[in-house]
Design a protein around this ligand. Structure first.
Ligand SMILES: [Zn+2]
Length: 227
């Protein structure tokens, strides 16, 4: 079995390469991103490496390299290779099938309350993407079955996305929150694909920060164009 998911086929456009590393992929930064790029047939010299901080910050990228305080990257450049890392948080892949703009967003509850979804979609619209050609793939993340939060987190979300847990705890459907936001930003539902496996439940396949704590590894999401 491969140690990463090749997600390229989710997008209706030629030469796009999208991947997601699994728990069986050696987690060894920074070497692991170079290795995943090679396995996806992408040029590792084009890698974009955001230093993620659970912010709402999305940057438009024109050159490879490191980007501080960045949780979303959007580009019109065919030569850059976008990457982010996650373990339970939601990875979003954006592909514009007409103008060929692309983006990757790291979305946890903090980033979502700081409008990372709105910022990401609006930034790709700024590059000329139209909603009719924007395809969004939501990669594996922690699901409502395992995502228990305290009242201080729950109160920041709409009641329809909350299910009561023990005492003052709640289960939060963060994926539902994201889907509602994407639709309200104009993206047709048929262009939104959600991978529904829970990273905490599927211990043999995925890293999970909730399950493994500080020692948890990370999965890498990567997106670029084959030359
Ligand atoms: Zn679960």
């Amino acid at each position: 079995m491969s140690s990463f998911l090749d997600l390229s086929h989710y997008f209706p456009v030629e030469n796009i390469r999208a991947g997601f590393s699994l728990r069986s992929f050696p987690f060894s930064p920074p070497r692991d991103r170079i290795e995943l790029a090679h396995q996806l047939q992408l040029n590792s010299e084009g890698l974009v490496l955001p230093e993620q901080v659970h912010s709402g910050n999305v940057k438009i990228i024109t050159n490879p390299g490191k980007y501080h305080d960045t949780d979303g990257v959007i580009t019109a450049e065919k030569s850059v290779v976008l990457s982010i890392q996650v373990a339970d948080c939601i990875p979003l892949f954006f592909v514009d099938s007409v103008n060929k703009n692309t983006g990757l967003i790291h979305a946890g509850w903090r980033g979502i309350t700081k409008n990372i979804i709105e910022n990401g979609v609006n930034k790709i619209y700024e590059l000329g993407t139209e909603k009719e050609s924007l395809h969004v793939l939501i990669g594996p993340s922690i699901r409502e079955c395992c995502y228990e939060v305290g009242p201080e987190v729950a109160k920041q979300f709409e009641e329809k996305n909350i299910r009561p847990g023990k005492g003052d705890r709640s289960f939060l459907d963060l994926l539902g929150v994201v889907e509602n936001k994407l639709i309200s930003l104009g993206i047709p539902q048929k262009q939104i694909t959600m991978m529904i496996e829970c990273t905490q439940c599927r211990a043999e396949t995925y890293h999970s920060y909730r399950r493994d704590g500080e020692k948890s590894g990370r999965m890498i999401a990567m997106l670029g164009w084959r030359n």
